[in-house]
Design a protein around this ligand. Structure first.
Ligand SMILES: C[S@@+](CC[C@H](N)C(=O)[O-])C[C@H]1O[C@@H](n2cnc3c(N)ncnc32)[C@H](O)[C@@H]1O
Length: 346
């Protein structure tokens, strides 16, 4: 059965497609023949839009269909049985391309995949990594390996675009009592550091509101990507569901000036387009619900059969006629964590 996604996932994939188009174009002169795409949570081959039931191309197909120029090497990572399903689908559709599906936990298989790329003389090539989990499933060691992959003499590291599931922390971290050891370990493994406990503690002590805690969790990740891994710029974009509830942030890390400028532009477009898409998705849902009860609205302007009804062609002010909605700001220095008094730090 196809996996069904909300409109926000379709929009995330639309942003991915726009960025990949720019990434291969802007790196073409620097590297005419080689550019690498890594997809650490490669997904399943069949996906549909939850509202329209239209098929959606997942990240693997989007990357393989990027043209002018295409990616020369694509490496996907998935757990079984999805890895086999993905491999079978891509074998039929893209038999002549250089792609590999690594089956298993990407936090383990990434090291061999990166070593293989270096051994195959693609270790220096411009490389983009999409890290799109459903939860806190990537580890800091994985991010470190990606950042170190091209070596200390490379001008730019592997670009990272990662889904950061900050709202999930509220569910994992109790308001009273102890955090489950597995959840504590998963969050610490993701940050590579226990400093996030300071934010949790501040929230437990009512020093900060839940929304501020979420902002601080995102800020801390960006701070570490810049400070500990040496990325020159990081960006954040909050994604909300149809009901306006925050579901994750998309964090981008780069030390390429064109990459920084392009993502600034795309996040600005997203800030303008996303509310209109959310509204269209809500209206379509209301209309479908009414129609299911036999109530038809003659004056509705939304035609659910129109393929663009949830598409990015929902009218939004053009960048030329509106103020910028997204401006890049560096992360703030995070609050200090006292490991001496922390019951969770050894
Ligand atoms: C949000 S989906 C990815 C969607 C995909 N990027 C797309 O656009 O179609 C997350 C995927 O990660 C896979 N996954 C979860 N943990 C993983 C791990 N440790 N290593 C590799 N894949 C994992 C799941 O099986 C799931 O298909």
């Amino acid at each position: 059965m196809a996996r069904s996604w909300g409109f926000w996932t379709r929009y995330k994939l639309e942003l991915l497609q726009r960025y990949l188009d720019s990434f291969t174009t802007t790196t073409k002169n620097r590297s005419p023949t080689k550019r690498v795409y890594l997809d650490l949570f490669g997904g399943e081959p069949d996906n549909v839009d939850r509202d329209t039931q239209d098929p959606i191309d997942g990240s693997a197909r989007i990357a393989l269909n990027t043209k002018d120029p295409p990616f020369s090497h694509l490496r996907f990572f998935e757990l079984e049985p999805n890895a086999t399903k993905l491999r079978q689908a891509l074998s039929a559709e893209f038999p002549d391309r250089d792609w590999v599906v690594y089956a298993g936990d990407c936090n383990d298989t990434i090291h061999q995949a990166l070593a293989d790329l270096r051994a195959g003389d693609a270790g220096w090539a411009p490389t983009f990594a999409f890290i799109d989990p459903n939860g806190p499933h990537y580890s800091w060691r994985t991010l470190e390996a990606l950042a170190a992959h091209k070596g200390s003499r490379a001008k730019t590291k592997v670009e990272l675009w990662l889904l950061f599931p900050d709202p999930l922390f509220a569910r994992m971290l109790p308001r009273t009592g102890d955090v489950r050891p597995a959840d504590n370990a998963a969050i610490t493994a993701m940050y590579g550091d226990p400093q996030w406990h300071a934010i949790w503690r501040a929230k437990l002590d009512d020093e900060i509101a839940p929304a501020d805690a979420r902002e601080e969790y995102v800020n801390l990740m960006r701070w570490r990507l810049e400070g500990a891994l040496g990325y020159r710029w990081t960006h954040q974009l909050e994604i909300r569901n149809t009901g306006g509830v925050p579901i994750y942030h998309l964090i981008f890390a780069t030390d390429s000036e064109p990459g920084h400028n392009i993502m600034t532009h795309l996040y600005d477009q997203a800030a303008a387009e996303f509310p209109a898409m959310a509204q269209a998705a809500r209206s379509l849902r209301v209309r479908r619900r009414r129609e299911a009860h036999g109530q038809y609205d003659l004056f509705s302007t939304l035609d659910p059969e129109d393929p663009d009804v949830l598409g990015i062609s929902v009218p939004t002010p053009s960048t030329a006629t509106r103020q910028r909605l997204y401006v890049h700001e560096p992360p703030d220095e995070p609050r200090v964590h006292d490991t001496q008094t922390c019951p969770y730090c050894e």
